[in-house]
Ligand binder design. Structure first.
Ligand SMILES: [Fe+2]
Length: 183
């Protein structure tokens, strides 16, 4: 990702700090745009006896994550940057692979989504820690969004959990592996 060239930023922040904050927020904007599209893909492709529960569970997550993308993009503009929201820019700059599961059972998709949420939330948390020294206002936005994402992650994981609290996807390192373990 190219370092953003800012002509102005919010009062009291150095241009150097603002450039790094914009980079961190842009990374989460890519993640949220990817996530809400991927969630819709899952909403359309789940099959099996628990179809309607999972199909309907996902739509509120899509709406919330779309709202996050809007807030992140407007934060970038507020900081004097230019948010990148085109599909080409997302595909060119994302650091993860395309979601790999097509039509599959609800359990398989939820297993894969466990991995997706692990990736998204981990990168948010890295950003949250770095923002400690850069910008508490943006950090506050990250914290609020992480709170919701972790809740959604639990909705997903509750389908993968057994009575002892173990996850069927434990130890999986790819979506395909997690889907197979959950399915
Ligand atoms: Fe729908």
């Amino acid at each position: 990702m190219a370092t953003p060239n800012l002509k102005y930023t919010v009062p009291g922040m150095s241009d150097e700090d603002a450039a790094r904050v914009v980079e961190l927020v842009q990374g989460r904007l890519y993640a949220c745009n990817d996530l809400h599209l991927t969630l819709k893909h899952v909403h359309w492709n789940v099959v099996g006896p628990h179809f309607i529960a999972v199909h309907e569970m996902i739509d509120p997550q899509v709406e919330t994550v779309r709202g996050f993308a809007d807030d992140l993009a407007e934060r970038i503009a507020t900081l004097g940057g230019s948010p990148k929201g085109t599909p080409g820019s997302l595909v060119e700059n994302r650091t993860w692979d395309e979601y790999s599961i097509g039509r599959a059972t609800t359990q398989e998709h939820l297993g894969a989504l466990d991995l997706v949420y692990q990736g998204v939330i981990s990168s948010y948390r890295d950003g949250m820690k770095e923002l400690d020294d850069l910008d508490l206002v943006t950090q506050d936005m990250f914290i609020a969004q992480i709170n919701e994402l972790e809740l959604f992650h639990w909705f997903v994981r509750a389908h993968l959990e057994d009575k002892s609290g173990g996850l069927s996807t434990a130890g999986a390192t790819s979506e395909a592996q997690a889907a197979a373990a959950a399915g």
